[in-house]
Design a protein around this ligand. Sequence first.
Ligand code: GCB
Length: 609
Amino acid sequence: MLKPQNGPTRELVSLDGLFAFKVDSDNAGLREGWQNARLDTALEMAVPASYNDVFADKAIRDHVGWVWYEREVRVPRGWVGERVWLRFESATHGAKAFVDGVLVAEHQGGYTPFEADITEHVSPGGAFRLTVAVNNELTQATIPPGNITETDDGRRQQQYMHDFYNYAGIHRSISLYSTPAVYVEDVVVTTGFEGDPGAAGTGTIATGTVDYAVVVAGETAGLLPVRVRVLNASGAEVAAADGISGTVAIPDVELWQPGKGYLYSLVVEVVDLDGQVVDSYAQTFGVRTVEVRGTEFLINGEPFYFTGFGMHEDHVTIGKGHSHAQMVNDFSLLEWVGANSFRTSHYPYSEEVMDYADRHGIVVIDETPAVGLNADFAGFFSTGAKKTYGPEFVSDETAAAHRQVIAELVARDKNHPSVVIWSIANEPQSSEQGAREYFEPLARLTRELDPTRPIGFVNVMFDGPDKDIITDLFDVIMLNRYYGWYLNTGDLASAEKALEAELLAWTEKHGKPMIMTEYGADTMPGLHSLYEQPWSEEYQSAFLDMYHRVFDRVPAMVGEHVWNFADFATSNGIMRVDGNKKGAFTRDRRPKAAAHALRRRWAPLNNKK
Ligand code: GCB
């Protein structure tokens, strides 16, 4: 699904701001038809933001079920004859949107966009009542999965198998936009190059190849010609072609590279028989290649070494709500610390984040929200499930939701040059009978949807090389390891041996590139210890140093992503004090000693080990 944009034939109006807000404490709103009248409430809520921490009200924070948003929207009077679209960048985890009481859109899945053509329900110059019911429930049929229980006194409680807090609400922008009746519905761009990019700047320069495919929708779509133009970053035309699909060449191409996010734009135009532009959509892209060769991970044919973090969209007050200022600050800290990449643990991040990464040459491992498909965590997160793959936990319904999140992620992010790996799950059970039957079709689906990018899943510490039965289905090995924290707590000498032995065993068994996608120790900022005691800032730094010594000794290691970029909110539990404290930065983005240590290691590496 294309990101909406302003352009010569399209207009975009942001609907962000304050909405009337009502918590559906008895889950009665749909039955009583709350969409049919103004919401009876004094509360107001901001979009975008999670609602949980905004009100000083425990009942709202702990609510399980529906909440309702409402505002009046006016359609620009100039949109006569245009299609009018209502688009949500996300609503967590499920939503129903109503225009003057009529259901126009429904979506399940908290981190991907959905939209509706509402032309027939609205009139240019007129106003309508937009009502959005948003549901935060996680069940066996959702990704991520969860389980709802009821207390003796009738309170519903949400259980889930991941540690980050279940923030909910409208986390990203809502927009109203127009397109012509015949419009560009989708664009796919894949790139390559011929020649020697390494020689760029020394005389021999590569030629870029851009394969494109356009989908045009609307009644007369098939009859109208399509043409494309490639503009460079200064807006000059460097290539052009006719037709809904084809290949164009960019002479003397400027590659998209880690640290240097050079972007072109493919301007797609649908024209009428007089040559007048009917619709125009500008899709940015970067020319780059990604490839796994032996134990190497290559970007533009050059070995690439990932430095950075698993992150979270998580901030004080706004929770998982997108904020431009917080985003720029987070990217600025990534640059400061010498990170060249991050993983969108454990769900797709805002499209604004992806665009920013494209523009700034930050490499992304793009992850679906499939986190917690693992009954082995029952002890930690108390869902009580004994077996992962079976009707009680990861069922056919779960698999269907998993296929949907993969399809929606690839549909949304396929044109981002920053995305170099699809991560289709975090820490699923990968040793139990049933894991292979579950994952083989998902791996195949991901490759069918995008044959150009390597795929992987993130392996959990319980399912090492001796037990795992699915890693051969993937291109890269991504490991979360906590030797020295959950195992060998406080004993870095034993942890170092165990870690090295395991990494060598993976290499021997699979011979694929490996990325440590999580390693970290909870750390209380300001706690110091002469003896490298767990929870102290000294221990966190010593822990990371130990991992780095090992990585430097294992040739198949192609990357290190510390867990986590910053401290983040979690659900209640005896494992966490005011959230997960494995951040290199605190939740309000102050550096712990480890952040300085990482900066000393990463700045000189410059994408190589
Ligand atoms: C993990 C999970 C991550 C947790 C982390 C931890 O393996 O992937 O979501 O936050 O461990 O700190 O326990």
